[in-house]
Write a protein that binds this ligand. Structure first.
Ligand code: ARG
Length: 460
C-alpha cells in the first residue's frame, strides 16, 4: 500500500512503480531522513500539534528504525517508494497510529530537500578531508625536491627550467581553491527548508529557527516555493567536484606524460601502476587515466542536473528526483579516486637525473635576453638578438654556450666574457626568487604558506 493512495481506486502499474521508485538509491539518506523526522516530531510537539508522549514514542520508534538500517536489518516492502515513505511505513508498524501524525504539516517536498541538504553537508566534509589529504601528500613530496631541476612547459614545449617542488606545489593551490569553494557551497547548503510544506508553507506554528538549529543548519529558507525546488546547492556541489576533478585530471595528464619512457621523469610505484597482459615491458598509469576519465562523468553529472533544472515550472516537479544519482555518483567517483591519487603522489619516484638531462640550453634563451637587459638593452631588442643567436646555433648544430664569444659579439657587442655564467640551469632557477617563483628559496617560502593554509584548515 502506498502512503498517498486514498483517492486512487486502482493500484499503481508495476512498470510505473519501477520507474517511479527512488528507494534503490535514496535509501542512503536514511540517517538524514530519520534525523530530520526526529527533529520534526519534537518541533510539532512543541507547537502543540502532537502530545509529548506521542512525540516521545515517535522518536523512540525512529531510533529503532535507524538501528535497523544500521544493522542492515531493515526490510523493504512493496510500496516503499522512497526513503521517506519507507521510514514512515516502518515507524507506523512500530509505534502505531502516532506514527501517522509525524507528517502533519510536512510534505515529502520539504522533507527531501532537507534530507538532501543534510547529506550534501556531510559529503562536503568528506570530500574536503580527502582533498586536504592529497594536499598534504603534495607538500610532502615537494619537500623532497626543492633542489630538483626539471623543464617547465608551455604549449607542452620545453620552456624554462623550474624545480620539481614548484611543479608539484602548483597542484596544491588548485586544490586549496577547491576546498575553499566547497566552504562556500556549504554556506548556501546549510539552509533549512523544513516547514515549507509541499510548496505553500505550513499553517502549524512550528519554530523553524529552532528546528533548523536542531538539525545543524545555520539558517532557514525565506520562501517556501523556492525552498522545495531549489537545487542550487546540489549544482554547486557538483560543480565543485567537477572542477576538483578537472584539477586531478590535469595532474593525471602530467603524471601520464612524465612517466612515459620518452620523458622518464617519474616512475610509478608497482602498487599503483598496471602491466599489460600481452606486452611484458609495459607499466601503465591506469589510475591516472581513470582520474582523467572519471572527470568526464563529474562534468556530465553537473551538466545533467543543470539541464534537468532549466525548464522546470514552479515549484516541485518529479524531475527533481533525478538530482540524487548525479550527486551520489560524483561523490562516489571522487571518494574512490582521491585516496589512490594521494597514494600515488606519496609513492611517486622522481628521477632527478632524467629531469636534469631533459634541460637544454635553449631553455636559457630568456636568461640570455635578461643578461642583455641588465647591460642596458630594452627587452624587445634583447629578445630579437637572442632569437638570432638561437637560429645561428641551430644552423650550426651547436648549443648556445658553444657559440664563440666573437660570433656572439658579431650579433651584439653587449655580449662579454661574463655571458658564460648565464649557462647554468641551477643559477637560472635560483635567480627566480620573486614570491611565487621556482627558486628553491622561494619554494621554501611557498611551502611555508601551504603549511599555514593547512594549519588553519586543521586547527580552525
Ligand atoms: N523521492 C522524491 C524525490 O526524490 C521525494 C519527493 C516526492 N514528492 C512528490 N511530490 N512526489 O524527489
Amino acid at each position: 500500500m502506498t502512503l498517498w493512495g486514498g483517492a486512487f481506486s486502482e493500484p499503481t502499474d508495476d512498470d510505473l512503480r519501477a520507474l517511479n521508485d527512488s528507494i534503490g538509491f535514496d535509501r542512503r539518506m536514511y540517517a538524514q531522513d530519520i534525523a530530520g523526522s526526529i527533529a520534526y516530531a519534537q518541533a510539532i510537539a512543541q507547537a502543540g500539534i502532537i502530545t509529548g508522549e506521542e512525540s516521545a514514542s515517535i522518536v523512540q520508534g525512529l531510533q529503532k528504525v535507524l538501528q535497523e538500517f544500521e544493522a542492515g536489518a531493515f526490510t523493504l516492502k512493496p510500496g516503499d517508494e522512497d526513503i521517506h515513505t519507507a521510514v514512515e511505513r516502518r515507524l507506523t508498524e512500530l509505534v502505531g497510529p502516532a506514527g501517522g501524525k509525524l507528517h502533519t504539516g510536512r510534505s515529502r517536498n520539504d522533507q527531501v530537500a532537507t534530507d538532501f541538504r543534510l547529506w550534501v553537508l556531510d559529503a562536503i566534509e568528506e570530500i574536503q578531508a580527502r582533498l586536504v589529504g592529497l594536499q598534504v601528500a603534495l607538500v610532502e613530496q615537494a619537500g623532497k625536491h626543492i633542489q630538483t631541476l626539471m623543464p617547465g612547459y608551455t604549449h607542452l614545449q620545453p620552456a624554462q627550467p623550474i624545480t620539481a617542488a614548484h611543479w608539484l606545489m602548483s597542484f596544491f593551490w588548485m586544490l586549496a581553491r577547491d576546498v575553499e569553494r566547497l566552504d562556500d557551497c556549504r554556506r548556501r547548503t546549510s539552509v533549512c527548508p523544513l516547514g515549507s510544506g509541499a510548496l505553500a508553507g505550513t499553517p502549524f506554528l512550528i519554530d523553524r529557527e529552532k528546528l533548523a538549529q536542531e538539525l545543524g543548519f545555520t539558517a532557514i529558507t525565506a520562501n517556501s516555493l523556492d525552498a522545495v525546488s531549489d537545487r542550487d546547492f546540489a549544482a554547486e556541489f557538483l560543480f565543485g567536484l567537477a572542477l576538483a576533478g578537472t584539477h586531478l585530471s590535469r595532474l593525471a595528464e602530467d603524471i601520464i606524460l612524465y612517466s612515459n619512457p620518452l620523458f622518464g621523469y617519474i616512475t610509478l610505484n608497482d602498487r599503483y601502476s598496471t602491466g599489460s597482459s600481452l606486452m611484458p615491458q609495459k607499466r601503465n598509469a591506469d589510475p591516472m587515466e581513470l582520474a582523467r576519465g572519471k572527470t568526464g562523468r563529474l562534468i556530465g553529472n553537473l551538466t545533467g542536473l543543470l539541464t534537468t533544472l532549466k525548464g522546470l515550472p514552479s515549484t516541485y516537479n518529479k524531475d527533481l528526483q533525478e538530482d540524487k544519482e548525479a550527486v551520489f555518483d560524483s561523490f562516489d567517483s571522487l571518494t574512490r579516486l582521491l585516496p589512490v591519487v594521494t597514494a600515488i603522489i606519496l609513492t611517486l619516484q622522481l628521477n632527478p637525473q632524467r629531469m636534469q638531462a631533459a634541460l637544454t640550453e635553449d631553455m636559457l634563451a630568456t636568461d640570455v635576453a635578461d643578461y642583455l637587459v641588465k647591460k642596458g638593452l630594452p627587452f624587445r631588442q634583447a629578445h630579437r638578438v637572442v632569437g638570432e643567436v638561437v637560429r645561428l646555433a641551430a644552423e650550426q648544430s651547436i648549443t648556445l654556450s658553444q657559440m664563440p664569444l666573437a660570433t656572439l659579439r658579431g650579433i651584439s657587442d653587449l655580449f662579454g666574457e661574463d655571458v658564460r655564467a648565464v649557462f647554468d640551469f641551477q643559477q637560472s632557477v635560483a635567480r627566480r626568487v620573486a614570491p611565487g617563483g621556482p627558486a628553491p628559496e622561494a619554494v621554501i617560502k611557498q611551502i611555508q604558506l601551504a603549511q599555514d593554509w593547512l594549519n588553519t584548515r586543521t586547527h580552525g
